[in-house]
Design a protein around this ligand. Structure first.
Ligand code: ADP
Ligand code: ZN
Ligand code: MG
Length: 492
């Protein structure tokens, strides 16, 4: 389809149709070694150095299942509210590809590790559950690297380092209805998997890859339309763009009297279009059969319990607890539980202060603003959470004015020092001692007899003038509430 064709669709035509979307997401597990051999999984090693007979697919080499990979997959499945199948089977999925030397992928077929889960998404204040059909484990293939432009100088290289890296595939139910919901689903999925620390979910490194299945049907229809699969969407933005394009393309096909064909498509981010890659292969094309070199995966009750016991608090539970324990606003609780590191930082700071809501404001405002400006994330904060907590405590105890706190904060950022250390050194502590303030106030009154007269004749508004003068004379260190109090006593 030529560029821009779909944008000719009128909104009322688009509105006749209901898109249906299901996502298949591949996630690289954060194990140290590969799924069926002891080779390291590290990123960025020289090509073809992290390999052995097993992951090279040499004849006669035998795979051994990595226990840590199974454990992480179970953790992921539990985090996605899945039922764990304590008996599951590995299966061979046969196909040829230059970066797949075995000639097959070891995956799971009709007996996956886990099934029947869900992910909760929230859009415009409405919560919706997206079903997770299944979650299974499999090994990754290698990588083909294409180099050169001229025909005479074009080569494809194969790097097999990635062969045998452990993956989980998470298949959603066709419960997603808009590209925004797809985006929210992938966001929630990534967040929860990062929370349980089974994957970095770093899309740039290919640790999270997404294929989107899309169809459209007339609104109110009972049967879903024919779907197309858009493969290898390597960013959240491209996922949304590809879906929006593909939905309109399919509507245009149907509106012009054609039929959507079941096929695999690719998205070209430069053109903003999807294009056909190949007709869809069916499951029987892969000649799946139970993997003869590996025993079925059995997860004993005690192993499952041990894994359950190790599960961290998940984002939704954490958010709920933050709302209840710290009295945060909904939005703040949402932001502060967006990553585990941020939640941990906030909670440590909140516990070392007497005012958790003020801590939330400092973290989300000054601290995150400053970190963002330097391209850092919360784990790189120069200010330890306990020290931010202390700063907030000094303010709430009246030992530090809000104004002074804003002056101290950049110094804490620069040096990582405690607020109290900086205060001592620079002699900036707030003066909340009446005996120390009295002489300053006396001086100010003596220097401004006209204003004293005005106050006494009823112009009480000049009180603000006196407070300002005292603050100035004390280099901003006087406790304003106390200054007010003493001034009133002296003037009346
Ligand atoms: P296949 O057998 O073609 O692989 P599956 O039924 O296994 O299809 O589903 C693969 C993915 O496609 C799942 O995420 C599922 O939710 C989604 N899906 C299935 N049917 C449709 C449809 N008609 N429209 C959109 N997505 C669909
Ligand atoms: Zn190996
Ligand atoms: Mg399928």
């Amino acid at each position: 389809m030529a560029s821009g064709t779909t944008s000719l669709l009128r909104p009322e035509v688009i509105a006749k149709y209901q898109p249906v979307i299901g996502l298949e997401v591949h996630v690289q597990l954060a194990t140290k070694t590969k799924i069926f051999c002891g080779c390291p999984t590290g990123f960025g090693a020289p090509p073809n150095t992290n390999v052995c007979p097993v992951c090279l697919g040499l004849p006669g080499a035998l795979p051994v299942l990595n226990r840590a990979a199974v454990e992480m997959a179970v953790q992921a499945a539990l985090a996605l509210n899945c039922q764990i199948n304590q008996f599951s089977r590995l299966a061979r999925k046969n196909y040829f590809y230059p970066d797949l030397p075995k000639g097959y992928q070891i995956s799971q077929y009709d007996e996956p590790l886990a099934a029947h889960g869900y992910v909760e998404i929230e859009l415009n204040g409405v919560t919706k559950r997206i079903g997770v059909t299944r979650l299974h484990i499999e090994d990754d293939a290698g990588k083909s690297l294409h180099e050169g432009f001229k025909d005479s100088d074009r080569y494809t290289y194969v790097d097999l380092n990635r062969c045998g890296t452990p993956l989980i595939e998470i298949v959603s139910e066709p419960d997603i209805r808009t590209s925004e919901e797809a985006y929210a689903y992938l966001t929630a999925l990534k967040q929860v998997l990062q929370f349980v620390e089974v994957s970095t979910c770093d899309m740039e490194k290919g640790h999270l890859r997404c294929d989107a299945n899309v169809s459209v049907m007339l609104k109110g229809a009972e049967k879903f339309g024919t779907k197309a699969e858009v493969k290898n969407l390597n960013s959240f933005r491209f996922l949304k763009q590809a879906l929006d394009y593909e939905i309109e393309r399919q509507i245009a096909v149907i509106e012009s009297g054609g039929q959507v064909v079941q096929e695999t498509r690719l998205y070209d981010p430069d053109l903003g279009e999807t294009f056909s890659m190949r007709s869809k292969e069916a499951a029987h094309d892969y000649r799946y059969f139970p993997e003869p070199d590996l025993a079925p995966v059995r997860i004993s009750d005690s192993w499952l319990e041990a894994i359950r016991a190790k599960m961290p608090e998940l984002p939704s539970a954490k958010k709920k607890r933050f709302l209840e324990t710290y009295g945060l606003r909904e939005y703040d609780a949402q932001v502060l539980t967006s990553t585990r590191a941020l939640a941990d930082y906030f909670e440590t700071a909140a516990r070392s202060s007497s005012d958790p809501k003020a801590v939330a404001n400092w973290v989300m405002g000054d601290l995150m603003g400053a970190l963002k400006a330097e391209g850092k994330d919360i784990t790189e904060s120069p200010i330890a959470p306990e020290r931010l907590g202390e700063l907030v405590t000094l303010i709430s105890k009246g030992e530090l004015s809000g104004k002074l706190a804003k002056e101290i904060f950049p110094k804490m950022l620069a040096t990582g020092e405690a607020a109290s250390t900086i205060l001592e050194r620079e002699g900036l502590r707030q003066i909340s001692d009446a005996a120390a303030l009295e002489p300053i106030i006396e001086q100010v009154l003596a220097a401004n007899p006209k204003q004293v007269e005005q106050f006494r004749s009823g112009k009480t508004a000049v009180l603000g003038f006196f407070v300002g003068q005292v603050m100035k004379a004390s280099r901003g260190q006087a406790n304003p509430a106390l200054v007010n109090e003493i001034l009133k006593k002296k003037l009346l």
